[in-house]
Design a protein around this ligand. Structure first.
Ligand code: NDP
Ligand code: 8X3
Length: 251
């Protein structure tokens, strides 16, 4: 069987970067996406001993940039077997009455519309090749709503709905569609949520053993390596210390 190629959004950090490393070790060629080109270049240099790596720097909110980048991929990277829709973040943690409308825009534009723009460029390729695998990174925040999570939770509930919608609409095209929904994972996520306030960000993961990006990468690799007729439609994963968004066994 010939080697597969995966396009990973949000590959400059956290879950996306860990998945890129995991895929490279296991012979999956890579198209790495993110805004921070320097980080993409460093990762490419690290991984291209194992597999072919191409980088694409765009903001997923920029519809025409997304389209142009994916339409103009070099020949060797035009067949995309796996799409990991991972780019996203929370911006702020506020009650709805104290919410910042710029944060709301960011979460809905990146986590929801950005995921749609990237998918819109890749789904026609998968339909034409009669194969493909789309994994959307949702969240436990897409399964329940927690205090001050309002719009972030809404964005991840949207990802849940879009995943279901994709699976329904793409049924019959031999394309697998599923979601991986992590609980708390120690990445740059909270740094972004709290706008660089490291004290606040570090506190989120203190007193218990949170998931690591590598744990999610391992699961994503498991999902993509099942027999082709097996589609893992929806997977929720939490630390043993976490029972729900608000119940975390902190010492
Ligand atoms: P990180 O902050 O470590 O990584 C986020 C990634 O998204 C970065 O690579 C960043 O790249 C990219 N990104 C953010 N905004 C944009 C944008 N506008 N355009 C393009 N890329 C963008 O967080 P995680 O690894 O934790 O998050 C990855 C996914 O996992 C997100 O969808 C998040 O919601 C989800 N998730 C995270 C959990 C956690 O607890 N950490 C739990 C459940 C789900 P760059 O800045 O270079 O553009
Ligand atoms: C990220 C997990 O609980 O911080 O999606 O919202 S949480």
């Amino acid at each position: 069987m010939s080697a597969k190629t995966a396009l990973i959004t949000g590959a400059t950090s956290g879950i996306g970067a860990a998945t890129a490393k995991y895929f490279a070790k296991n012979g999956i060629h890579l198209i790495l996406c993110g805004r921070r080109q320097e980080r993409l270049t460093t990762l490419k240099e690290k991984l291209e001993n194992h597999v072919n790596v191409h980088t694409l720097s765009f903001d997923v909110r920029n519809k025409s940039a997304v389209k142009e980048a994916i339409e103009n991929l070099p020949e060797d990277f035009q067949k995309i077997d796996i799409l990991i829709n991972n780019a996203g973040n929370a911006h702020g943690l506020d009650t709805i009455q104290d919410g910042n409308t710029d944060d709301w825009d960011a979460m809905l534009d990146i986590n929801v519309k950005g995921l749609l723009y990237v998918s819109d460029s890749i789904i026609p390729k998968m339909i034409a090749q009669n194969s493909g695998h789309i994994i959307n990174i949702g969240s436990t925040a897409g399964k329940e709503v927690y205090p001050k999570g309002n719009v972030y939770c809404a964005s991840k509930h949207a990802v849940d709905a879009i995943t279901q919608g994709m699976r329904i609409d793409l049924n019959g095209y031999n394309i697998r569609v599923g979601a991986v929904n992590p609980g708390m994972v120690e990445t740059e996520f909270s740094q972004v949520r709290f706008k660089g306030d490291s004290d606040k960000a570090d506190k989120v993961y203190k007193g218990f053993k949170p998931l690591q990006a590598e744990d999610i990468a391992d699961i994503i690799h498991f999902v993509v390596t099942r027999s082709y007729h097996v589609n893992i439609a929806d997977l929720v994963v939490m630390s043993v210390d976490q029972a729900s968004s608000t119940i975390v066994n902190k010492k």
